[in-house]
Design a protein around this ligand. Sequence first.
Ligand SMILES: *Cc1c(COP(=O)(O)O)cnc(C)c1O
Length: 379
Amino acid sequence: MIKQRLFTPGPTPVPEETLLELARPVTYHRTAEQRQILTEVMENLQYVFQTKNPVLVLTASGTGGMEACVSNTIAPGQKAILLCAGRWGERWRGILKAFGTNLISIDAEYGKAIPPEQLEKALKEHPDTVAVFTTLNETSTGVALDIESYGKLVAATPALLAVDAISGLGAMECRTDDWKIDLCVTGSQKALMMPPGLAFVTASEKAWQRMETPANRSFYFDLKRYKAKLNEPDTPFTPANTLIKAQRISLAKIKAEGIEKVWARHLLLGKATRAAIQAMGLSLFAERPSNALTVITVPAGIDGNAVLSKMEKNYGYKLANGQDNLKGKIWRLSHMGWCDPFDVIGAISALELVLTDSGFPLTSGAGVAAFQKVIAGKQ
Ligand SMILES: *Cc1c(COP(=O)(O)O)cnc(C)c1O
């Protein structure tokens, strides 16, 4: 018997209490009870986003929330700057193109971050920019982008800063208001410890003002419709109310732990995992590594795909492969959400076994020892 263990950067494991809530009978959605649940969920989302502005609940995957940011704020032909450091930057590009945006693109080589100076220069060259799009944690490469610095630059201009925080929010520090993020999006299935199906979007005063000029080009994702229902509170369309009830349980867990402690736990997991990987003689793919996942470069002479199959078949550990051109070249090990050191140390141990079996020279236990050292140093 081998237990299946999910270490992909979305979906991620879900706590038992949340799974139990998901097993309960379906209920009607326009009730006082549901309103009370939605109120609590939105309040706790404000806490996780670190914002005073309302957080809207959309029934969609994260991409739906990203599309809402574009379709509500930019008219065709208007200019936007895209800071693209991987596949999820490319997702912004796809949406922006579909909505006819005039795109100025700053592209980082995969694995690299984007220095704020590049954005500063682009903003100077393009004073007619109406929005800047970027990613908190580029899940395809494991790179964390410097949102705080971007926020300072964009806040000094009329442009909006839109951040895809889908895999970062709830894992790494993200202060929506203090960092001057105008549009911040996340999804339920990454660090918020839920199955896929919900997207959450918050907009600053500056962004809501922009939405007063009728740029909106969507119906289902018309954010003003969601805002108009906030007083009840309700949603304009039938929400995935079963998921909202379950999200309440997972958010309560985050609230009880405290968001700063949640960030600290992820920082510790990130540090310990990076130490383990380096102690095993492997190298990290990301230049500015995020604490939500660790991305490992497949060493020369090792079949990256075969290692992942063995991890799953022999030991039950499901890690993620690289996407597109990076398939077979990197391994992505998630430690976000419902995850503690003794989940991850198992994955490190299994990776040591598989690598040794694959002929990679490695001292047995080197990664595990390095991991333990970081954890012990903390206590
Ligand atoms: C997972 C992910 C997405 C995609 O979200 P969906 O829920 O699949 O639509 C977008 N951006 C980032 C950074 C992600 O990690």
